[in-house]
Structures are given as C-alpha cells and as structure tokens.
Design a protein around this ligand. Structure first.
Ligand code: IPM
Ligand code: MN
Length: 344
C-alpha cells in the first residue's frame, strides 16, 4: 500500500433513464480499484437532466457550468427523455458541455472483445478520434421564410484550421503510441472545401511526425469497417462522420451496450467528460436489464486520463473476463460478476 493517497474530484452526472443504473455500477468499481491502487475519488453529484429541467427549468446554467469546471473529470450516464422535446437536452446540455469545456476530441475505441460475436470480419481493434466541437454540430445555419413554400433550412459545417489541427495532432500522438498508422476519413471528392483543409492538415502533421497516413472516403470507410476492419488503427474524422461511424463500429463489436467514449480536453486545462455511447434507453429504464459494460469501459477511459492506467486496465480486463464467460443477464448480475473480478 502506498503512503500517499491520490484524490480526484469527479462530478457524477447520472442523468436520465438507465444513466443512474449503469454509472452506479461503474462508480463502485472505480472505488474498489482505487483501494487497490492507492487513490480515492471525491464524488460530487450533479442533478442535471430531464427531471431537473422539468422541475426547475434549468438545462445548464452558467453557474452550474462554472461548478463543473472545477472537477478533475465528469462522469455522465445519459441524457434525454420522452417528456422533454428532442434537442433541448442534447444541444442545451450535452453539446453545450462539449463546446464550453472545449472537449475537442471524442475518443471512441472499437475492439473485438472475448466471447462477443462480431457482425463483420474479426480483426477489429481501432480507435475513432472524432472532432467534437465543430463541423455540422457547431449550430451554424438557420431557417428563413418558415411556414411558406419558400422555407429554407441550412446547416453549415464549420472547420477551423486550429480546430482541425489540434484534433489531428491528438490522433497522431495516439497513433504513435499504437501502430503508427493514421487514417483520415472524410469525403474530399464532394465536400471539397472542408475536405481540402482536413487533408492538407493531416498530410502536414503526418509528415512532421513521420507517420503513415491513409485516407478513406466516409462511404468506403463504412464498407471497410465491415469487410476489412484490420486496415484501421487510429481513425480521425469530423464530428458528423465520427458520430455515424462510431454507431457502426459499436454494432460491429457487440452493440452500444459495450461502447465507451471520452470527451477529452487533451490539454487538461479543464475536466474531460466520460460517457457510455448509448443513450438513456427509457424503454428499459428501471427494469434491471441495462448493461453497465459501456459505462464501466468509459470509467476505464476516465481512469487512464486521470493518470491511473493500471486501475484503468483492471476495469477493462474485468469486463473482458465477464464477457468471456458469456456476459451477464441483468445489471445486478453484471455488478456482482465485475466486482468479483476487481477484488478490493
Ligand atoms: C453521441 C450522441 C450525441 C451526438 C447526441 C445525443 C447529441 O449521438 O454522443 O454520439 O450526436 O454526439
Ligand atoms: Mn451518436
């Protein structure tokens, strides 16, 4: 046992639907791993989400946001509920957090796990680095002449050199730690303006870093992801392409229930935010059937980011060990099996 105990302030934002159930399991495992590896987590609670919005009218106030800035990390379950109009929480809470905290990388590993049937070829182990603050998600555009037959709706994709470059630089640094292979995914044959910027910056960074750079159009990347995923190691792409590709990669590796993500501020000037890729799944909330693996793997990414790689690896191995035995049927059965793996 080490004498000095490291402490991390983590804001737990369980949110809606199955969010509290799955993050509760992950949180216990983090505490167990902390005991073994000499750190503690000072958990703080954030009530944000649909209930809080319906009761107080707050989606995310400036004051709450400033509070969230003081944590070392944010651990989020899911937001979204049938009782709140679509977009209110997605844009007002989730995307606002990503933008305001400048979480410019959305890191989504895709890995074939033991005992899990894959939907495609079986040589799959890559990471998608999704740009997380720009592109079509930035909110530029609008509607004019609404309600007339001349109504026009535009969505503009914003791509700044600085935004593209910092995302590609992060992906390049990750590629260097893995196999050294970086693939840019875009649609340069049609989206020539943004495509040109992404391609030029990727070429520059890859040359500077001595990395092999591959390129795939996004439609072809979907095909390769199913037919020959072994060609990918680190994929870097824009916000919308990354959103779509990572649902595909999730489907190929056992579904959304097993998929993890980190919304990263790689410069560590503020907290990063970790969340399972799945949503609030209101249809199964409260039934005890939610799979907490995606949340546990997200907690593993969080521990790695906080500087606890051994504890992070332990959580991931625990998920793999349970999967190798066929997984578990209920949230509680998952919790029991995982905590047996992470002995405290
Ligand atoms: C995701 C989700 C979000 C996104 C939605 C809920 C805004 O689909 O995290 O992938 O599009 O980024
Ligand atoms: Mn998505």
């Amino acid at each position: 046992m080490e004498g000095h105990v490291r402490t991390y302030a983590v804001t737990h934002l369980p949110g809606d639907g199955i969010g509290p159930e799955v993050t509760g399991v992950a949180r216990d495992l983090v505490d167990r791993a902390g005991k073994r590896h000499g750190f503690t987590v000072d958990w703080r609670h954030s009530p944000l989400g649909s209930e809080h919005y319906l009761h107080t009218g707050e989606v995310l106030s400036d004051e709450t946001l400033n509070d969230l800035r003081t944590a070392d990390a944010i651990f989020l379950g899911a937001v979204g509920s049938p009782s709140v109009p679509p977009g209110v929480l997605e844009r007002g809470l989730l995307l606002r957090l990503r933008f305001e905290l400048d979480l410019y990388v959305n890191l989504r590993p895709a890995k074939q796990r033991p005992g899990v049937e894959t939907a495609g070829a079986d040589n799959l182990d890559f990471v998608v680095v999704r740009e997380n603050t720009e592109g079509l998600y930035a909110g530029a555009g609008g509607i004019a002449h609404q309600g007339t037959s001349f109504e026009v709706a535009t969505e503009e994709s914003l791509n700044t050199r600085a935004g593209v470059e910092r995302c590609i630089r992060y992906a390049a640094s990750l590629a260097k730690k893995r196999t050294g292979k970086l693939t840019l995914v875009h649609k340069t044959n049609v989206l020539g303006n943004a495509g040109s910027l992404w391609k030029r910056v990727a070429d520059e960074v890859a040359a500077e870093q001595g990395l092999q750079l591959d390129y795939a159009h996004v439609d072809a990347a979907c095909l390769y992801m199913v037919s020959d995923p072994g060609r990918f190691d680190v994929i870097v792409t824009d916000n919308l392409f990354g959103d779509i590709l990572t649902d595909l990669s999730a489907a190929l590796t056992g579904g959304l229930g097993l998929s993890a993500s980190g919304n990263l501020n790689p410069d560590k000037t503020g907290p990063s935010m970790f969340e399972p890729v799945h949503g609030s799944a209101p249809d199964i909330a409260g039934t005890g059937q939610a799979n907490p693996a995606g949340a546990v793997l997200s907690a593993s990414l969080m521990l790695d980011h906080l500087g606890e790689p051994r504890a992070a690896a332990e959580l991931e191995s625990a998920v793999d060990a349970v999967l190798a035995r066929g997984g578990a049927a209920t949230t509680q059965a998952w919790a029991d099996a995982l905590s047996a793996e992470v002995a405290s």
